[in-house]
Structure formats: C-alpha cells, structure tokens
Design a protein around this ligand. Structure first.
Ligand code: G4P
Length: 534
C-alpha cells in the first residue's frame, strides 16, 4: 500500500452530535483523554458555551472565539488518526452544525437515557440521512434512571428512522446499574461509579456460563440471558453478529446504527465505543463533485471550505476558513487553485489542531481538516485543487426558522450595508432571500441570537446600521418540478411570496403550514423541499 493510501485509510473524521445536555462535551472530553490528547478532565468543558450566558451573545461569541481551538481535535489512537469536529452546543448555531456534517465521514449521536430522542437529535439525524452518513449511537447517563432499554431502541428506530442494533446491553440502570454485557467484544463490563477508573472487563464468550451469577447474581443473570436472546431474535434479521459482516455493510450504507450504552461522566463504555468505532467507522469516503466522483486516495489534492470562523475583534478583520481535504495530500507553500477565482494561491500558515495544540501544517491528508487564515478570499463551498476545475456539491441550505426584513437605518451607508450583508452571508452567518415582488431583503436564521450577531457585526465591522422589521413566515421552500409550466403558473399565482436565495434559486416563502399544504394540493406537480439539496 502506498504511503498516501495508508495515511488516508487510517483516518477517522467524525462529529459528535446531540441535543444540548445529553453529554456531547463530556463524551468528547473522555475520548480525548483516551487518545492522550488532553491530560486533565475539564479542558474541553471550559471551552463550552456556558448556559447562563444564553441571552448575552457577546459573551457567547467571546467563548466561541476560544472554541476555535477546539473546532477540530486531532489525535492518534492505536493505528488510527482521529479527527473530531466540534459542533456548537447552542441551538441558535444549528446551521453551523449542519455544515460541519458535510465535512465528516461518520457521526456519533449521544442520547440521554432519560430523555430519549429530542428535537435537535431528530433534525441532525435528518441531515445524516440525506447524506447517508454512517451513524453510531451512544446512550448516555446509564447511572441515572431512564427509559426501559427496549422501549428506547424502539423510540430510536421510529424517531430517527434507522435500524438499530445494540452492541452492548445494560444490566439495570440508575443506582442499581451493574454494567453492560459487551456483545461486540463478548465481555462483561462491570461498572464502578468513578470518574477516575476505567471499565473492568471480563472475557465472557458464553453468557450461559454459570460464572455470570457470581458477578451479577442469579436474577440479573437470568434477565440478561433472556434480554440477549430477545435481541438475537428481534435484531439479528437486520444484521449478523460477529464477524461484523452484514452489520458493517449496513452501517456503512447509513441504514443501521450500532448502539452502545454507558456513562460518559463515569468513563463507562467510552473506550469500548471508541474501540469499535475505529474498527468499523469509514475512512474518508469518496465525494461527488459536479464534474465527477473524487476518490480520497487519488493523487491530486482537492478540498472545500465548509466553515468560516470570523474574528470578533473589529481591529483584526481576519477569519479562519476551515478546509476539508477530499483527496490527496496538502503541502505547505505549494500552489493550489482557488477555483472560483481561477487563481493559484500558496498557503504558508495553514494550521491543524493536534492534541489540542495549534500547529502549522507542513502536510495533511484526505480526511484531515486544516484552518487557513483568511482575509476575505473564501466563502463557504469554495474549492481548492491542484489545478482541476472542481465544484463540490452538497453544502445544503436548510429552511430557516425565523425571518425578518432587514432595512437600512442610515441612508448614507447603504453601500456598506449591502457589502456587509453579502460578506456575512458568504460566511454562512444566516441566509438571505430577496423578495421578487417588492425587492426587499429578508434574513432567515435558526434563532434570535443570529439577528443580534448580524446587527452588531454590521455596525462594528462595516459601519452600517440596520433595522429589523417583523415578518411572520413558516418556512422557505425550494421548489422542483418536471413541468416548467407548472412552476411558472405557481410563481404567477404566488408572486408576492416568491424570493431568490443567494444562489439565485426560486424559493417559496410559505407563511403557514396550511398555506403550504394548500399549495401542495393545488400544484401536485411541484415538489416543495425544506432544504436546497434534494
Ligand atoms: P452537552 O455537551 O451535550 O450539552 O452536554 P454536557 O457534556 O455538557 O453534559 C450535560 C450535563 O450532563 C453535565 O452536567 C454533565 O456533567 C452531565 N453528564 C454527562 N454525562 C453524564 C453521565 O454519564 N451521567 C450523569 N449522571 N451525568 C452526565 P451539568 O451539571 O450540566 O454540568 P457540570 O456542572 O457537571 O459541568
């Protein structure tokens, strides 16, 4: 195997996602501890946006500034190079998370045993499903009382619309929690509530061995055997057990999610999750560009920008553009083509984050993420290549949740305002729609906080003042139809509610779910989508 192929195949680039509070930060931190990337608990935690600050976005941005360092965390584990992409915990930055998901090859979803599937988890899973991203589920907080595990599996299947296959199985929960039977490794993992120790594992190939009683007592041993039998019966038709065989294939297709149970806070089940993850999670996957499929192992370098992190200090108008390498190898001070500019550029200051230290990158491989200091050259979706004209697809926009008209509050500064709006939208701060009927600009966001961020940044970075005007809309819908005539008719009928998005695509602004339903009924030839990628 060539060095390039070897380097690429040992990479595992993924994101951990969850509804706030399920334990994403805690799990991330524990994974970093196992990887030796950090040495004290609390290092990641301190970067987390504090809950008390939810109404003070300046404070949040300050803290987000700190979290640039943890945007990507790379470390070596066994023979693997792991890249964990951090996603913002705050719901108002969900759009950031959606985009981050375009740069990962797989995902770990954290679910709280007591809360089950929550709104944010559902939405994020939707994005994974669209992209067929392989998903693994970690059911957290087993040291607390929660839902009955079989009920939870049902809930995961129905709510997340994916087959599941438990690879570990809990023995009691809450104060009675004894541990899990590790189906994947055929071990009994016993639980001691402690943040310091790691799981005590006992080889246990055959759960019918009477030794089991010695460890967990006869009642629980009987129950565990019955549970495992049930699991075999119910879940084995969707997947074969060991060797991974069928399970691995279905997981990689995004059809089946392996499930682990544990307690991140108590370090329980985390190493087991990681060990299985590195073995079965995909190495960088081929990416579809508009022109052709890009295979990671091909020699010429290529990559795309999926995130731009602005510096909030108005005196330093610099950003970091995050690039996912899709193929080949990136080398420092080498000429690469900025496809949109049709211009060769060299990068001497690209950085990567290894073991929490920011380092200048001399070389990086497909699967890696690098940060490029930027003074306005990049926008989201931009491509860098060794020379070929490639355009990567699939940086979807999703319908915003909130909409407002943006108005100029200082007539002398309309140029600055327009420039500011354009640049902030390129950075992916929010979405812009232009109403085709009255020409007014509409900003769409996921949460109120984003409006405040935009207003502040327009003033401080562009010297422009804006005013918001209320607008009550339900969703922005991208439209598709095989009949050009049907589309034209619809646009004529709804002329007051048709807008163009930033890419010039037609969008229907539905002001209520009822209106949308009626439109779907009256125009059956038109398909309405809540995302720009369909
Ligand atoms: P998030 O990033 O998904 O938002 O969740 P985070 O890791 O911050 O965890 C949310 C809360 O849940 C934290 O408590 C954390 O300590 C707790 N937690 C995480 N894993 C477990 C677990 O396995 N068992 C139990 N019992 N709790 C867990 P907090 O009180 O909000 O924060 P802190 O004061 O502990 O930092």
């Amino acid at each position: 195997m060539s060095e390039l192929t070897n380097e690429i195949q040992r990479r595992r680039t993924f994101a951990i996602i969850s509804h706030p509070d399920a334990g994403k930060t805690t799990l991330t931190e524990k994974l970093l501890l196992f990887g030796g990337a950090i040495h004290v608990a609390g290092a990641v935690k301190s970067n987390k946006i504090k809950k008390t600050a939810t109404s003070d976005w300046m404070e949040i941005e300050k803290q987000r500034g700190i979290s640039v360092a943890t945007s990507v965390m790379g470390f070596d584990y066994q023979d693997y190079k792991i890249n964990i992409l951090d996603t913002p915990g705050h719901q108002d930055f969900a759009e950031d998370t959606y985009r981050t998901l375009t740069a990962v090859d797989s995902v770990i979803i954290v679910v709280d045993i007591a809360k089950g599937v929550e709104t944010q988890t559902r939405k994020l899973m939707e994005v994974c499903r669209m992209r067929k991203t392989p998903v693994m589920i970690f059911v957290n907080k087993m040291d607390r009382d929660g839902k009955e595990p079989f009920d939870l599996l049902d809930e995961l299947e129905h709510e997340l619309r994916i087959h599941v296959r438990p690879l570990s199985w809990p023995i009691e929960m809450g104060t009675k929690f004894k541990g899990v039977y590790n189906i994947y490794e055929e071990k009994l993992d016993l639980y001691t509530p402690s943040k310091q120790t790691i799981t005590q594992s006992i080889e246990f190939k055959d759960v019918n061995n009477p030794e089991l009683e010695k460890h967990i007592g006869s009642d629980l041993a009987d129950k565990l055997r019955a549970d495992l039998e049930l699991i075999e019966g119910v879940y084995s038709d969707t997947a074969e057990k060991s060797p991974l065989g069928d399970l691995g294939v279905q997981y990689l297709k995004g059809d089946l999610a392996p499930v682990f149970f544990g307690s991140a806070l108590n370090n329980f089940g985390v190493k087991e999750l990681l060990d299985c993850f590195v073995q079965i999670a995909p190495s960088p996957r081929p990416v579809l560009a508009e022109e052709r499929w890009i295979v990671p192992e091909e020699d010429p370098f290529s990559g795309f920008i999926f995130k731009i992190h602005a510096n909030m200090d108005p005196n330093h108008r610099s950003c970091i553009a995050f690039l996912k390498i899709c193929s080949g190898k990136f080398e420092r001070n080498t000429n690469y083509k900025h496809v949109r500019f049709d211009k060769m550029m060299k990068f001497s200051q690209a950085t990567a984050f290894m073991a929490q230290k920011k380092e200048t990158v001399d070389e990086a491989y497909a699967g890696d993420i690098i940060g490029i200091p930027d003074t306005g050259n990049f926008k989201i979706g931009d491509t860098l290549t060794a020379g070929e004209n490639l355009h990567f697809k699939g940086l979807p926009s999703f319908s915003p949740e909130m909409f407002k008209y943006i108005e100029n509050a200082d007539p002398m500064k309309s140029k600055q305002l327009n420039k500011g709006i354009d640049q902030l939208m390129d950075e992916g701060v929010a979405q812009l729609f232009v109403n085709q009927y009255n020409g007014r600009k509409i900003i769409g966001t996921v949460g109120q906080l984003q409006f405040e961020v935009i207003q502040y940044r327009l003033l401080h970075e562009y010297g422009a003042q804006c005013r918001w005007e209320a607008l009550s809309l339900y969703k922005a819908c991208w439209m598709e139809s095989d009949s050009a005539e049907a589309l034209e008719n619809f646009k004529k009928r709804k002329y007051q509610y048709i807008a163009l998005d930033k890419e010039g695509r037609d969008v229907f602004l539905a002001d209520s779910s009822y209106v949308l339903q009626m439109a779907q009924q009256d125009f059956p030839e038109i398909r309405f989508h809540f995302s720009s990628e369909f």
